[in-house]
Write a new protein. Structure first.
Length: 684
């Protein structure tokens, strides 16, 4: 028997970006495990990825090109050849590219985080034909924008230092479910005497295991951060030398936070004054003793109207107390800005003959239903979807579905499985999984460049995204030499100053960066300092100081709406899914059970709802039905629908995005998934 071990990398939208070892016997992948030598993976994988062979060899894999034969949404297809598929796609796209190329729209996100199979050859293809650009906002742009205004780039505390912190605040995240290797470090810190505090409207698995859980109202994180700054200034829990040397705007900040008394913050956030005071004291006094204090912020903070500002406010805290002096201090939202990626070489924006319009992926529901107009431009007439499942993941799902149901919309979907979105395709093309292709990866939760080597031959007639777009380019008559670059040639230019051949052999390589990136300032902001006052924000028409921007939908900001829909709803990731990936893996779906809604005992009793009842969750945008779990994990006034289920695998064919909104955040043009009011009633 021939047995080999192949070095690979997890491609999924998770900060851990694990180093994988794939065991292959006679051409078949038999095991996927974590690389024990990789310092962050340390041989441990999440439940999802440890079952990756089950996904790759699933009997439901798409292995051949398909053409729709039923109505859109029915999911009825016939098998066709690659030549037939490519000819039909080219026949539909060529006249559009010749007359109104902006009527063609790519739609992709983080189905793979790979720099090669994500957006390299695909970007070249769409740039060359002049298609509309896609603003890829659906996850992180609000927080990234707020963080950049303050700190300068997505750079923060190295995960490999967190175990040395004496206080860790986990703000807006559930790392047991979505950042396992950070949680391992936090547990080590806890054993070493550190205090762990979770800030989250919901008592998640992580919050249950922290020393303290502060259950604030959704969208009030910015106010809590202002209150902490108020107390740090009031009680002189400050590092005056760090503030003087490495920050700008402290005097203006001092005046702004003076308004945010603990009583005002407590009332805004729906928590007690003692919780506000205690959190500020824990943070400020630990730092004052010269001990590292660290914040692990996650994307739950930013999915509301004021999400960008919330991240900005939290990012101000480490500079006030000098937490950045320590390698184990500071804050991490994302480490992605540490990587010097060569995106221009990969994506070739120079191929654009002129600057096309940009369409925001968050508003795809409205944009697919929009007619041509002088403001919008041509109607969208063709969509090519890859690395995404918009029917399940995009907000205001009823409109998304109506848009994709247009008979005059030509839709091509590159996929592993027949997702909700694939059901609406005219042509479905089978794509390879991570075990079947080459890729290069950065990370957003650690500091290692990663290589993915193909472990097995492609299943059936599946092809890598790159090869599919090469073939489409040829069928469209695009003869630029860049469309002949191999995957290895693409990977070799993914990063600035690295050797792809040596990375492939080892599998991973750490970036050479300081242990404490901002110990002596050197912030990549215009001033070179942490900017409490941001001239860039002012010039962009934003408040240059930390502020509080209330939710679009809340009792405080929209009392009439709240009278009709009195419950705030959030829809964080279920532990066994990753966005909409893995929902169709039978063993993981069996573990997750069925779609459910967590509701507090008080809110359930008011509505006559018992544990296990089927309930209808609704607002003016839509409704969905699932099973109620009556639990104190959801604070009063909050309901939680762990997500994101494929709609076709839910009992009523709907999911939580039926009720979410296409409204955008204060900055970064991102979605407001957690800024949602609903009513809940027993289902008929």
């Amino acid at each position: 028997m021939s047995q080999t071990q192949v070095r690979a990398a997890c491609p999924h939208d998770c900060p851990d970006t694990c180093a994988l070892l794939v065991t292959v016997e006679n051409g078949v992948a038999t095991e996927v495990k974590g690389d024990p030598d990789h310092p962050t993976t340390a041989g441990v994988l999440c439940t999802k990825v440890s079952r990756y062979t089950e996904r790759t060899y699933s009997p439901d894999r798409l292995l051949y090109p398909l053409r729709r034969v039923g109505k859109k949404g029915e999911g009825k297809f016939e098998r066709i050849s690659w030549d037939e598929a490519l000819d039909e796609i080219a026949a539909r796209l060529k006249p559009l590219a010749a007359t109104e190329p902006e009527s063609i729209l790519p739609y992709s996100y983080a189905g793979t985080m790979g720099l090669v199979q994500g957006d390299s050859m695909s970007s070249r293809f769409f740039h060359k034909i002049g298609a509309s650009l896609l603003d890829r906002t659906i996850c992180a742009t609000a927080g990234a924008t707020g963080y950049k205004y303050t700190v300068g780039a997505s750079i923060g505390t190295d995960i490999e230092q967190f175990q040395n912190a004496k206080l860790i605040i986990i703000w807006g995240g559930n790392p047991i479910a979505s950042n396992l290797h950070f949680w391992t470090r936090a547990q080590e810190a806890k054993r070493n005497g550190a205090k762990l505090i979770a800030i989250d409207p919901y008592r998640s698995l992580t919050a249950e295991k922290c020393h303290q859980h502060i259950a604030l109202l959704p969208g009030t994180d910015a106010a809590l951060a202002l209150g902490l700054m108020h107390i740090l200034v009031r009680d002189d829990l400050l590092d005056h030398e760090y503030i003087a040397d490495y920050t700008v705007g402290f005097e203006e900040l001092r005046q702004r936070v003076a308004e945010w008394t603990p009583a005002r913050v407590a009332a805004t956030c729906g928590i007690s004054v003692d919780e506000v005071e205690g959190l500020a004291r824990d943070y400020g006094e630990t730092a004052k003793r010269g001990e590292p204090v660290a914040i692990r912020m996650n994307y739950g903070v930013q999915r509301v109207h004021g999400g960008g500002m919330a991240v900005r406010n939290i990012a101000c805290l480490p500079a006030l107390v000098g937490a950045w002096r320590h390698a184990a201090g500071g804050v991490q939202l994302s480490a992605s800005g540490t990587f010097k990626k060569n995106l221009a070489a990969l994506q070739r924006p120079d191929l654009l003959a002129k600057q096309p319009r940009t369409i925001n992926m968050t508003t795809i529901g409205d944009d697919l239903l929009r007619p041509a107009s002088p403001e919008f431009g041509p109607q969208v007439k063709a969509v090519i979807v890859y690395n995404s499942n918009p029917l399940a993941v995009a907000p205001d799902s009823g409109k998304v579905q109506a848009g994709f149901a247009r008979e005059d919309l030509f839709t091509v979907v590159l996929e592993h499985f027949q997702t909700d979105t694939a059901d609406y395709a005219d042509i479905v093309l089978p794509a390879t999984t991570q075990l079947e292709h080459t890729d290069a990866h950065s990370a957003y939760g650690h500091l290692y460049m990663m290589a993915n080597n193909p472990a097995i031959a492609p299943m059936g007639e599946a092809k890598p995204n790159t090869e599919i777009f090469r073939l489409l380019a040829a069928r469209m008559g695009l003869d630029d030499p860049c469309f002949r670059d191999s995957d290895d040639e693409l990977a070799s230019v993914a990063f600035v100053q690295f050797d792809w051949e040596s990375l492939k052999k080892k599998g991973w390589q750490k970036l050479e960066v300081p242990d404490a990136p901002f110990a002596c300032g050197n912030f990549p902001t215009p001033s070179g300092k942490c900017e409490f006052y941001s001239e860039s924000m002012k010039s962009d028409g934003l408040d240059p100081l930390p502020a509080y921007i209330p939710n679009y939908e809340s009792a405080a900001s929209s009392p009439e709406l709240a009278a009709k829909y009195p419950l705030a709803m959030i829809s964080p990731p279920a532990r066994n899914f990753l966005n909409s990936t893995f929902v169709n893996v039978q063993s993981l779906r069996a573990t997750e059970g069925e779609p459910h809604l967590d509701i507090s005992p008080d809110d359930a009793a008011t509505r006559g709802i018992n544990h296990g009842d089927m309930v209808r969750i609704f607002n003016d945008r839509g409704s969905f039905v699932c099973k109620a779990r009556v639990t104190p994990k959801a604070r009063k006034g909050l309901v939680v629908g762990l997500s994101i289920w494929w709609k076709k695998l839910a009992g009523d064919g709907k999911n939580a995005n039926e009720v979410t909104s296409q409204r955008l955040t204060d900055m970064g043009r991102a979605p407001t998934f957690y800024d949602t009011l609903v009513q809940v009633e027993k289902a008929a």
